[in-house]
Design a protein around this ligand. Structure first.
Ligand SMILES: [Zn+2]
Length: 80
């Protein structure tokens, strides 16, 4: 999840990112996260049970590693 400082309707700055899985706070300095996080944003549609819902969450790298270690099929990893 993300917390923002709201300046006006168009401008806001991220002040804090919290891992939705474990609650760890990710330090943010001048709007830039000091650790990598996985951010998932999903607009669910008609063929789901969540039609019209927008879901968003953030996950720290440690929780990401735990999540993918539970996958039956490993993630694809390739060089940048
Ligand atoms: Zn976490």
């Amino acid at each position: 999840m993300r917390q923002f400082k709201i300046y006006n309707k168009q401008e806001k700055e991220i002040t804090k990112i919290i891992c939705n899985q474990c609650g760890k706070e990710i330090e943010v300095v001048n709007g830039i996260a000091k650790e990598e996080v996985l951010t998932v944003e999903k607009q669910w549609g008609y063929f789901s049970d969540k039609d019209t819902e927008f879901h968003q969450f953030d996950m720290c790298e440690q929780c990401y590693d735990k999540l993918i270690s539970s996958f039956r099929i490993p993630v694809e990893i390739r060089p940048e």
